[in-house]
Ligand binder design. Structure first.
Ligand SMILES: Cc1cc2nc3c(=O)[nH]c(=O)nc-3n(C[C@H](O)[C@H](O)[C@H](O)COP(=O)(O)O)c2cc1C
Length: 193
């Protein structure tokens, strides 16, 4: 198949859509982001990339904590909204029921199915326009109805996926396989060196 060149873009399809919670001058603020990633499994660490001018950055630096809230498709309107307005101008936290966990300074959203409470470990100041905040997850919160066999159940979580450049949201489809099992259908002998 002939490939065409699209230019240099961070097309990691699909992207997650999460809401990061911060405490700024004692008040909660929430920002929608897609540039979020898993850094490592143990101790569990995540990264959050924020453009330098955002209001949220101040809060993470101030309290050295933040939260990652995983919204479901029911919260699509609110999720888009928290990505459209700055907390500098309006009180985005008034859209949600806010709660706090062990750290006391990482505001979390009761309405989202999953919440990760994080303490700041490192800030990477990129030369151009972004900062990467690396956080260690100290606790995870959910409700019984989203859990199956002790784990968050993807179908129940109903997370929002983001399609960058087409500026649109998707939901997840059905389960199509099992990790570390579906690949067993290919015999490694086929890939002899
Ligand atoms: C779907 C979506 C994804 C976004 N992803 C990011 C992101 O990864 N990093 C970022 O800095 N801003 C991102 N934004 C923009 C911020 O959410 C937006 O500028 C917000 O108003 C900043 O809020 P604050 O000033 O209260 O911190 C995204 C917005 C949307 C709608």
């Amino acid at each position: 198949m002939k490939k065409i060149k699209l230019g240099a873009y961070p097309y990691i399809y699909p992207m997650p859509t999460v809401i990061v919670g911060t405490l700024i001058h004692g008040k909660p603020n929430f920002i929608t982001i897609s540039y979020v990633g898993v850094v490592q499994h143990k101790p569990p660490m995540v990264s959050v990339t924020l453009v330098k001018g955002h209001y949220s950055n101040t809060g993470i630096k101030e309290s050295k904590t933040f939260s990652i809230n995983i919204p479901n498709t029911k919260l699509l309107k609110e999720t888009d909204f928290t990505g459209m307005h700055s907390g500098d101008k309006i009180d985005k936290a008034s859209l949600f029921s806010v709660f706090y966990g062990n750290l006391k300074t990482a505001p979390m959203i009761a309405e989202t199915p999953l919440n990760l409470e994080c303490k700041l470990v490192e800030v990477i100041n990129l030369k151009n326009d972004s900062e990467i905040f690396i956080g260690e997850i100290v606790e995870t919160y959910s409700s019984k109805k989203f859990i199956r066999e002790g784990y968050p159940y993807m179908k129940k979580l109903d997370p929002i996926l983001f399609s960058i450049n087409s500026n649109s949201y998707y939901n997840i489809g059905r389960r199509i396989g099992w990790a570390w099992k579906t690949g067993l259908k290919i015999n490694p002998a086929k890939c002899k060196k």
